[in-house]
Design a protein around this ligand. Structure first.
Ligand SMILES: Nc1ncnc2c1ncn2[C@@H]1O[C@H](COP(=O)(O)OP(=O)(O)O)[C@@H](O)[C@H]1O
Ligand SMILES: [Mg+2]
Length: 250
C-alpha cells in the first residue's frame, strides 16, 4: 500500500475528563473521498477539529508519512490541509470575490500571486458563484454559501479538504449538487475527508466510509458495501432516518 495522505492511529480527543473520540484509526489516500458518518453527538466535529490541530489529541497523526508530534493549525495548513467548518464563517458584508480573495491571502503573503487563476478555477467548479461574484455573501442562498465556503478553502490550494457537514440545512437537491462537486475535487488533485450526518448522500459520493458511534469507529469499509450493510440501512438509511433528514433540510 502507498503512504496515505492522512493517517490517524489510536487517535483520541478529550474535553477535560470526558473522551469524545476514542482510539480512532483512519486513513485518507491521495485522490480518495472518505466519509465519516454518524449521529449527532458521535464526535465527528471533534475528530475533524483535532485532526486540523484545533484541539489537543492523543495518538498518532501523519501527513504524507510524516508524523506530527503536536498537530497545530499552522502545521496542518503548511502541509496542505484545509477545513470548511460547520459554521461557514463567511464575511456577510463582503462580496463573493473578496471572500474568495481572503481564502487566498496566506498564499499571496508567501509571494504566490496566482489568486486570479485560483478564482477562475473556483468559478469553473461553481459557475453559480461566478454569476454572483459581486454580491454580498449574506445575500446568497444556503447552497451558494456552502459553495462559497468550499471555494474559499480551495483558494489555499489544499491537498486535503476536510468538510464538516456541508449538507446541513440544505434542501435535498442542493445537497446532491454540492456533494457531487465535492467528490469531483479529486480531478483537481484534492482529496476529501467528508463528515456527514446525511449518511446516504455521503456514502453515495464517497469511496470509503467510517461509522462513528459515541466516539469510536463502529464499522468501516467501501462506501458501496456500507450502503448495503443491514445494520447501516436499519440505523442510518431507514425510512425513519430519511424522514428526519428531510425535516432538517426544510
Ligand atoms: N466544547 C466542548 N466541551 C465539552 N464537550 C463537548 C464540546 N464539544 C462537543 N462536546 C461533546 O463531545 C461529544 C461529541 O460532539 P461533536 O464532536 O460535536 O459530535 P458531532 O459533530 O458528531 O455531532 C458530544 O457528547 C458533545 O456534547
Ligand atoms: Mg458536528
Amino acid at each position: 500500500m502507498t503512504t496515505p495522505l492522512l493517517q490517524l492511529q489510536g487517535f483520541s480527543v478529550a474535553y477535560g475528563e470526558v473522551e469524545a473520540v476514542h482510539n480512532v484509526d483512519l486513513t485518507v489516500a491521495e485522490g480518495e473521498i472518505v466519509t465519516v458518518i454518524g449521529p449527532n453527538g458521535a464526535g465527528k466535529t471533534t475528530l475533524l477539529a483535532a485532526a486540523m490541530g484545533l484541539l489537543p489529541s492523543r495518538g498518532a497523526l501523519s501527513m504524507g508519512g510524516e508524523r506530527l508530534a503536536r498537530p497545530s493549525v499552522e502545521a496542518m495548513v503548511a502541509r496542505g490541509v484545509g477545513l470548511v467548518p460547520e459554521k461557514r464563517e463567511l464575511f456577510g458584508e463582503m462580496s463573493v470575490d473578496d471572500n474568495l480573495l481572503l481564502g487566498g491571502f496566506a498564499r499571496w503573503r508567501r509571494g504566490q500571486r496566482d489568486q486570479r487563476a485560483r478564482m477562475d478555477e473556483v468559478f469553473a467548479i461553481f459557475p453559480r458563484l461566478a454569476e454572483r461574484h459581486a454580491q454580498w455573501a449574506s445575500t446568497l442562498s444556503g447552497g451558494e454559501r456552502q459553495m462559497l465556503a468550499i471555494g474559499r478553502a480551495l483558494m489555499a490550494r489544499p491537498r486535503l479538504l476536510m468538510l464538516d457537514e456541508p449538507s446541513l440545512g440544505l434542501a435535498p437537491l442542493i445537497v446532491r449538487e454540492v456533494l457531487q462537486v465535492v467528490s469531483s475535487l479529486r480531478q483537481i488533485g484534492v482529496s476529501v475527508l467528508l463528515v456527514e450526518q446525511n449518511a446516504r448522500a455521503a456514502l453515495q459520493v464517497a469511496d470509503r466510509g467510517y461509522v462513528l458511534e459515541t466516539g469510536s469507529v463502529a464499522l468501516s469499509g467501501p462506501a458501496q458495501t456500507l450502503l448495503r450493510d443491514r445494520r447501516i440501512i436499519e440505523t442510518y438509511l431507514g425510512i425513519g432516518n430519511k424522514t428526519t433528514s428531510a425535516a432538517t433540510a426544510a
